[in-house]
Design a protein around this ligand. Structure first.
Ligand code: HAM
Length: 404
């Protein structure tokens, strides 16, 4: 096929069994979100590029290398959303949701776009379900959020390790940053080219660089947890206590920093034991609403990668019987009627559009994994019955439609 008629690199169709896995993930998550009483929000796929640049951070990989940015006909810079949080924060402020209630729990589902190098479970268009909680500063909200993430993994039967860390706040982060930059200058000779550049612009990111020499070089680096102010320390300690109380297993990873700049205090990632990558990730962002021009509003949330989870879940089995109605001869009106009656009784029915003899029809029934063939010829029409064939046993008998 000519290249122009293929999906662009990193973009993919979701079909058949893959789509069933997709729906298994999303419906399981939605069911849990209902129990936690999250309210859905749909925001645009496109925002002004600024919305992402200001929130995710000018020095991050997402903004520097991965955004699909374009101009509209009036020359306004727009971007396909690389993540959901920024748009939800924008919507929260623009719609003055803060004026309605003291706090909000929102969720969204939809496609995100990042110009990344495609590989298994990594696409340029992928899907997230994300949750955002606005207006709660206390650590029990963090604990409940992590509990929800844990429940999602359990419900999908996905093995993952919950890694947590604290990134501090306006009060304690600057001193830490300074100490870290100083340290990084000392080991600059051992850092990869990217990290040599990062160490001043985005020093925290050096801590989770995957290059081995960098990992070695930061082993002795100062850790944020040792610099936390009293409030941040208390927040972090309480979170860990609550998680233990709730039976949520976690592992502290003091090098966990996340690839987006808006985080404060709690950050976490659920890392798949099988894939070694994060399937759910998030944290607090207590200043973002304010930085966008809203009232000071602490907030937190996470997003899960649907395609990543699809790699780890089983394809769901159909939990209903499929009836395949096969008309022979001039019996179409009767066949339509039969299909109609069966559907009105709650059955799932496919009316065969295939032409040809019984053998070909039954072949198609097998292809569709039909449980029953409902065969209708002129005899059946005359007698007001159908021939019902059980596709598993091969047994066939004449019955009245009403009796199925
Ligand atoms: P993130 O870590 O950039 O966080 O993405 C969250 C999840 O989206 C990842 O853990 C991964 O499962 C999935 N994901 C990311 N990039 C790709 C890709 N190229 N292909 C497939 N899946 C991908 C955020 O987006 C934050 N907005 C999360 C958040 C919400 N923090 C607070 N609230």
């Amino acid at each position: 096929m000519a290249e122009n008629f293929q999906a662009p690199r990193g973009f993919h169709d979701i079909i058949g069994g893959e789509l069933r896995k997709f729906r298994r993930v999303t419906s399981t998550v939605r069911e849990l979100l209902r129990k936690y009483n999250y309210e859905e929000i749909i925001t645009p796929v496109v925002e002004y590029a600024k919305v992402f640049e200001r929130s995710i951070g000018e020095a991050t990989d997402i903004v520097q290398k991965e955004m699909f940015v374009f101009s509209d006909r009036k020359g306004r810079r727009l971007a396909l959303r690389p993540e959901g949080t920024a748009g939800v924060v924008r919507a929260y402020i623009q719609n003055k949701l803060y004026a309605l209630r003291p706090y909000h729990k929102l969720f969204y589902e939809g496609p995100m776009f990042r110009y990344e190098r495609p590989q298994a479970g990594r696409y340029r268009q992928f899907h997230q379900i994300g949750v955002e909680v606005f207006g709660v500063a206390e650590p029990h909200a963090d604990a409940e959020l992590l509990k929800l993430a844990d429940e999602i993994l359990k419900a999908l039967n996905v093995q993952a390790t919950m890694e947590i860390n604290s990134l501090g706040c306006r009060v304690c982060r600057p001193a830490y940053r300074e100490a870290l930059v100083e340290y990084l200058h000392g080991v600059a000779g051992h850092l990869c080219d990217v990290c040599v550049d990062r160490k001043d612009r985005n020093p925290l990111r050096v801590l989770d660089c995957k290059v081995e020499t960098c990992q070695e070089a930061v082993k002795e680096a100062p850790k944020m947890v040792d610099y936390l102010c009293d409030e941040c320390r208390e927040h972090y300690t309480k979170l860990k206590d609550y998680l233990k109380e709730l039976g949520v297993n976690f592992r502290e990873n003091h090098n966990l920093v996340r690839g987006l700049d808006y985080y404060t205090r709690t950050v976490f990632e659920a890392v798949s034991d099988e894939l070694g990558v994060a399937v759910i990730a998030g944290g607090r962002y207590d200043y973002l609403v304010e930085e966008f021009g809203g009232p000071p509003t602490p907030a937190l949330g996470f997003a899960l990668g649907v395609e990543r989870l699809m790699l780890l879940v089983e394809e769901p089995q159909r939990n209903y019987d499929l009836y395949f109605v096969i008309p022979f001869g001039e019996v179409h009106a009767y066949a339509l009627k039969v299909a109609d009656i069966l559907r009105s009784k709650g059955k799932v029915v496919e009316l065969s559009y295939r032409k040809g003899g019984l053998k070909k029809q039954l072949e198609l029934a097998n292809k569709l994994s039909a449980d029953y063939a409902v065969i209708i010829g002129e005899d059946e029409l005359k007698e007001g019955v159908v021939s019902l064939k059980d596709m598993r046993t091969g047994e066939q008998r004449k019955v009245k439609v009403e009796e199925i």
